[in-house]
Write a protein that binds this ligand. Structure first.
Ligand code: ZN
Length: 93
């Protein structure tokens, strides 16, 4: 999982300085694996961490979730949207 997330940064600056990486990197590893919180589609404060300010679902390379939990999360966000816990969009028409 980690190899794929780094694919776009591998243009030469990998493992060289051992210093800071450019851009914003969230925590490594899935925060739901092991002792993590249960993903609940009614928990808007949890789900809010995984949508952008325009309420798009944050991709896995940024959220850092594993494939399984990203899928659970996506389902939870879509359910939350359906019951109006979460917005579909912030766009004003
Ligand atoms: Zn996980």
């Amino acid at each position: 999982m980690e190899e794929k997330t780094r694919r776009f940064e591998d243009k030469g600056d990998k493992d060289q300085g051992g210093g800071e990486r450019r851009g914003f990197q969230r925590r490594k590893g899935c925060r739901f694996c092991g002792e993590g919180p249960v993903i609940d589609y009614k928990d808007r404060f949890l789900l809010n961490n995984f949508v952008t300010e325009r309420f798009k679902i944050v991709p896995r390379r940024i959220s850092g979730c594993c494939a399984f939990h990203q899928r659970v999360l996506t389902t939870a966000i879509k359910r939350a949207r359906h019951i109006a816990v979460l917005a579909y969009t912030s766009a004003q028409v």
